[in-house]
Ligand binder design. Structure first.
Ligand code: ASP
Ligand code: MG
Length: 440
């Protein structure tokens, strides 16, 4: 059984949804059931949250165009996506039903003159309910065996509206009882990312961007063979493609590497969101909806050893603080320290200094202390053998301007510290050796 999650841009319009449909259809015969988890169409969650907040103080005339825009967009998507007349009519009717319900709910907010966190979640939920309703209709029209499933019936959370915590034990029990039985061979269950519900049935959400998390939780609860996160990039890249044009997706990497890259500047998927899958030893694949034949990136709990180094990330605008007596100021900035390295005589701290607030915090903390400070960039090099002597030697050879080369606390990372003006050249030089560094 497979979980396939498609994000907002993957379902943004009828063309994108048509691609999703063909991707899902091509996987259906090869797996014992598929759970399709969808986000709202792109920007719809933002629009709905704006609608909910506006409803508290705006007139009906002001609300009307906002609500109409959501309705029209989804009617239009259903119309152009679903050619089959009967299925199209059902889908459009469903869109109208949901939008009527949304309108009524907003009138309720207007009467109260207040938009609570609970109302925000309820209004936001229409985004995923709309996208999944349309897509499920398209599955039926394409002749697939599909079921629309309300994820709120299994995704039990607490009452922390807009950031609800999931009760994994209850989710597991409810999935076994109601979701798993729907997954027979070649069946497709279409459900919502991001949404949950309290024990008494009130709608919650798992936090913005929460659909990846939904996919991981459902995959773990149902024992999926794999969880696929379909997005608009072809995986986790060797470095930021905007910095190095030769950057390319890493075929296979460990969860620990993803976590390190996320901490040290790379814009990869949020590691916490896939943790339930990794804990259950289920591989997570990141794939591109718009380039479906690209192999993507497979993330596993176990560490692949296919290369010495996998990726290089960069945090610019850092400050290095050199001191022989760190104790006098450390406690004030400790939580911001990205890297700490000590020799017998001195300690160096690397701290981010990108914002005024970060710079002021450093100034205040070290005021009067005996320190020397320089502007640096922090480069993190991740890989199965990032700390092997051969890797460190290779890094030292290409990072000509390195001020320090330091082993990270996690054994998949080595750090290179350079003056900020050498940041880009150094990242490019290191990227050049990523795949030529031989594995053991
Ligand atoms: N639709 C939600 C959001 O925009 C959840 C998601 O897309 O993951 O935050
Ligand atoms: Mg998203």
């Amino acid at each position: 059984m497979l979980v396939m999650k498609f994000g907002g841009t993957s379902v943004q319009d009828s063309d994108a949804l048509q691609r999703v449909l063909s991707i899902v259809a091509s996987h259906a015969p090869h797996h014992n059931g598929i759970i399709v988890v969808l986000s709202a169409t792109s920007k719809t969650t933002d629009a709905l949250l704006h609608i909910a907040r506006t409803a508290a103080h705006a007139s009906e005339e002001e609300m009307q165009p906002l609500l109409l825009a959501v309705r029209d967009r989804h009617v239009q998507i259903a119309t152009s996506l679903i050619a089959n007349v009967a299925q199209q009519a059902i889908a459009i009717q469903r869109v109208h039903q949901l939008c009527d319900e949304l309108t009524e709910y907003c009138q309720g907010i207007a009467v109260l003159g207040e938009c609570t966190a609970q109302s925000l979640d309820m209004v936001a939920s229409f985004g995923e309910r709309l996208s999944t309703s349309i897509f499920e209709g398209a599955c039926k029209a394409a002749g697939l065996t599909s079921t629309w499933f309300d994820v709120r019936s299994v995704m039990r959370t607490n009452e922390s509206f807009t950031q609800a915590n999931v009760d994994h034990a209850i989710v597991r029990i409810q999935c076994k009882a109601t979701l798993l039985p729907l997954l027979t061979s070649s069946s497709i269950v279409v459900t919502q990312g991001f949404l949950g519900a309290t024990a008494d049935g009130r709608t919650t959400t798992l936090g913005r961007g929460g659909s990846d998390y939904t996919a991981a939780i459902l995959g773990a609860a149902c024992g999926a063979e794999e969880i696929q996160i379909w997005t608009d990039v072809s995986g986790v890249y060797t470095t930021d493609p905007r910095l190095v044009s030769e950057a390319r997706p890493i075929p296979h990497m460990s969860f620990r590497e993803v976590r390190e890259l996320a901490i040290y500047g790379a814009k990869v998927l949020h590691p916490d969101t896939i943790a339930p899958a990794i804990d259950a030893n289920i591989p997570v694949r990141v794939l591109n909806t718009f380039r479906e034949n690209d192999p993507g990136t497979t993330i596993t709990a176990s560490q692949p050893h296919d290369a010495d180094l996998h990726a290089v990330s960069l945090i610019r605008s850092c400050v290095a603080i050199h001191t022989s007596r760190p104790t006098s100021f450390l406690h004030e900035i400790e939580s911001h320290v990205l890297l700490r390295a000590s020799t017998a005589e001195a300690t160096v701290f690397i701290l981010p200094a990108r914002t005024d607030a970060e710079r002021v915090a450093i100034d205040v903390a070290v005021a009067g202390a005996d320190v020397h400070r320089t502007n640096v960039a922090l480069i993190a090099v991740c890989g199965p053998h990032a700390q092997a002597p051969t890797s460190v030697e290779t890094l030292a050879a290409v990072a000509r301007h390195a001020q320090m080369i330091v082993s990270g606390a996690s054994d998949v990372t080595t750090f290179v510290v350079v003056a900020d003006e050498h940041a880009l050249d150094t990242v490019r030089a290191i990227h050049g050796i990523l795949y030529s560094a031989s594995s053991e």
